[in-house]
Design a protein around this ligand. Structure first.
Ligand SMILES: *Cc1c(COP(=O)(O)O)cnc(C)c1O
Length: 360
C-alpha cells in the first residue's frame, strides 16, 4: 500500500489512524454484526455515535450550552441560503467579500433580501483581508457575514471584524478545528466537513439558541429551517450517518492529540516551513499578503505557466498529489489541513528546493 501526500483542498486528507479504525470496523461495528453504513439512524448504536460526536465537538471547541450543534446536509452551499432564510428578519445583511465562497454566499443572500457589500479585497484578486475595524454597518442589518478562511485564495481573518454589535455569521469550512475559536463571538458558525474534518456530505452548524426560531422567511423549506433539525437533534430525517461517524473519530483524534491549542501549534509550525521557503525562494512566490496568510491553504506560483505545469506534473510523479491551484486562479496550492503530517510539508519543501535548483 502506498499512500501519497495529498494536498487536496477538499475532499482532503484524513488521519490515517481514523481510516484504519474505520476499516477495522467496516464489516462489524463493535460486535453488532453490521457496518455503520447499514444500521438504522434510530438505533441505539447510532444514537451513541452521534451523541458522542456532539459531546466531543463541544469539548474540543468549548461550545457553550446556549449553542446548538447540528449535523446537516446540502454542503456549505446550502447554508448560503439557510443563513438569510433563518436570520433575515429585516431582509438586510452585510457581507465582507474575500473570495469566491463569500461572493457565492452574497449572491445567494440577494435572492432573499438586500445584501450589502461592507468591504472587499477584489481589487487585488483577494490576496488580503480588508480592514474591518470600521465597516459601514447600519442598524437595520440582521447580521454580518464572513468567510473566515478563503480556501481558494489562501487568506484568513486573523482578527474578527468589528460588527458594531451585530450578529457575526462565519463560514469556517476550511479552517474548522484548525485552532481554538471563541464561539461566543459568533451567532452562527458552519463548516462543510470535507475540508478539515471528514468525508463530504456533512455540514456542522453551531447556532446560538435564540437564533433558532419559527420566525423564518416565508417559504423556507422545512429542511432549511434550523429549528427543524435542532428540535430533532439532527435526526429529523436520515442524517449522513457514516460521515458523522467518521467526524466523530476525527474529533476523538483531535482530543487525543492535545486538542485545538496543540493543533494550532502544529499547524503554525507546518505552515511556517512552507512560507519560510516561499519567502526565500527565487523561483516560487506566495500570492498572499503576509498578514493575511492562511495556515490551511497555501497558494504559490512561479510566474510562468509552463513551469507551474511542469512542477505540478513532476510533483505528482514524486507522490505529491493535488497541488494544482483552483481552476479559476491557476498556479499551485498546497492545502495542509490538520491531517497532513509535518513530514509531508518537509518533503514537499525539499522537492521544491530540488526543483528550483534544476530549473533556474
Ligand atoms: C468548499 C467550500 C465551500 C463549499 O462547500 P460545499 O460543501 O461544496 O457546498 C464553501 N465555503 C468554503 C469556505 C469552502 O472551502
Amino acid at each position: 500500500m502506498a499512500r501519497v501526500y495529498n494536498f487536496s483542498a477538499g475532499p482532503a486528507v484524513l488521519p490515517e489512524e481514523v481510516l484504519k479504525e474505520a476499516a477495522d470496523e467496516m464489516l462489524d461495528y463493535r460486535g453488532c454484526g453490521m457496518s455503520v453504513m447499514e444500521m438504522s439512524h434510530r438505533s441505539k448504536v447510532f444514537d451513541t455515535i452521534i451523541k458522542e460526536a456532539e459531546a466531543d465537538l463541544r469539548k474540543l471547541m468549548k461550545i457553550p450550552d446556549n449553542y446548538k450543534v447540528m449535523f446537516l446536509q446540502g454542503g456549505a452551499s446550502l447554508q448560503f441560503a439557510a443563513v438569510p432564510m433563518n436570520l433575515m428578519k429585516n431582509r438586510k445583511a452585510g457581507y465582507i467579500l474575500t473570495g469566491q465562497w463569500a461572493k457565492k454566499a452574497f449572491a445567494e443572500a440577494k435572492i432573499f433580501g438586500e445584501a450589502v457589500e461592507l468591504a472587499s479585497s477584489a481589487d487585488k484578486t483577494f490576496s488580503y483581508i480588508p480592514d474591518c475595524s470600521n465597516l459601514p454597518i447600519t442598524d437595520d442589518m440582521d447580521y454580518v457575514y464572513i468567510c473566515e478562511n478563503n480556501t481558494i485564495y489562501g487568506t484568513k481573518f486573523k482578527e474578527l471584524p468589528n460588527t458594531k454589535g451585530k450578529l457575526l455569521v462565519a463560514d469556517q469550512s476550511s479552517c474548522f478545528l484548525s485552532e481554538p475559536v471563541d464561539v461566543t463571538k459568533y451567532g452562527v458558525i458552519y463548516a462543510g466537513v470535507q475540508k478539515n474534518v471528514g468525508p463530504a456530505g456533512v455540514v456542522v452548524a453551531i447556532v446560538r439558541d435564540d437564533l433558532i426560531t419559527d420566525d423564518v422567511l416565508e417559504g423556507t423549506p422545512t429542511m432549511v429551517k434550523w429549528k427543524t433539525q435542532a428540535d430533532a437533534d439532527s435526526l429529523y430525517n436520515t442524517p449522513p450517518c457514516y460521515g458523522i461517524y467518521i467526524c466523530g473519530k476525527v474529533f476523538k483524534w483531535l482530543l487525543k492529540t492535545g486538542g485545538l491549542e496543540e493543533r494550532k501549534k502544529i499547524n503554525e509550525e507546518k505552515a511556517k516551513i512552507l512560507y519560510d521557503y516561499l519567502d526565500e525562494s527565487k523561483l516560487f512566490k506566495g500570492t498572499v499578503e503576509k498578514e493575511s496568510r492562511s495556515l490551511m491553504n497555501v497558494p504559490f506560483v512561479t510566474g510562468n505557466d509552463e513551469l507551474d505545469a511542469k512542477f505540478i506534473k513532476e510533483a505528482k510523479e514524486a507522490g505529491f498529489e493535488n497541488l494544482k491551484g483552483h481552476r479559476t486562479v491557476g498556479g499551485m496550492r498546497a492545502s495542509i489541513y490538520n491531517a497532513m503530517p509535518i513530514e509531508g510539508v518537509k518533503k514537499l519543501v525539499e522537492f521544491m528546493k530540488d526543483f528550483e535548483a534544476k530549473n533556474s
